[in-house]
Ligand binder design. Structure first.
Ligand code: 3PG
Length: 211
């Protein structure tokens, strides 16, 4: 894994963010940092994503700011130019993986089957998002589909249905680098300016990783 992904793994939890308003970028970052969670996956599910990443890279460089839901080479370029330090996607698209490699952006494609893992491995990926983690079958599914690849030292970030209550179950698997999810900072929390709630949920997640 790249040095950036080592840092992601050290943090253990990645808040998945769909942020609508650039004005919310800094308050969001400060809430996460207050909770001790210095990382955010800013997803390209909103128009604000690239601008938010650029602002956070400039104003809160201590936050490890990544880009999520990268569905096209153009979005990879936009994320890299905005200053994203890593990228993820819900699925595996060879063109997106190539664009990330060309941009020098550490990238984790999404996988849900052994075929996905094979294809991503062949293209040089070593960290993969396991999505949607819970509907796909939870920790036991990941354990089983990753077993034939164990000798390659792959690592996974499960997202999709992960909650505070299940963080520990996932992190118990040696092939898990970190878990991800939207429960820490939901779009409505940012709309409502619930920065305290975000900080509290970030802190709870950090405490769960430490346990
Ligand atoms: C993601 O893209 O990581 C998922 O949408 C997160 O799923 P969650 O809302 O169940 O955490």
């Amino acid at each position: 894994m790249s040095g950036i992904f080592e840092r992601v793994a050290a943090l253990g939890v990645v808040p998945v963010i769909a942020i609508e308003d650039v004005a919310h970028a800094v308050p969001l970052a400060d809430a996460l940092l207050e909770g001790g969670l210095g990382i955010a996956e800013i997803t390209f599910r909103t128009k604000a994503a690239a601008e938010v990443i650029a602002q956070l890279s400039a104003e809160r460089p201590e936050l490890l700011t990544g880009a999520g839901t990268l569905l096209s080479p153009e979005q990879v370029t936009a994320a890299a130019q905005a200053g994203a330090t890593f990228g993820l996607a819900p699925g595996f698209d060879p063109a997106v993986v190539s664009a990330a490699a060309a941009a020098g952006l550490p990238f984790a494609p999404g996988v849900m089957t052994p075929s996905d893992i094979s294809l991503a491995t062949a293209q040089g990926c070593r960290l993969m998002k396991f999505f949607p983690a819970v509907p796909a079958g939870g920790p036991s599914m990941l354990k089983n589909i990753s077993a034939p690849f164990a000798h390659l030292g792959l690592k996974f970030v499960p997202t999709g249905g992960v909650t505070l209550a299940t963080v520990a179950d996932w992190l118990a698997l040696p092939e898990i680098a970190a878990v991800g999810g939207t429960w820490i900072a939901r779009t409505e929390d940012m709309r409502n300016g619930d920065w305290k709630g975000i900080a509290t949920r970030a802190r709870a997640a950090v405490d769960r990783v430490k346990e």
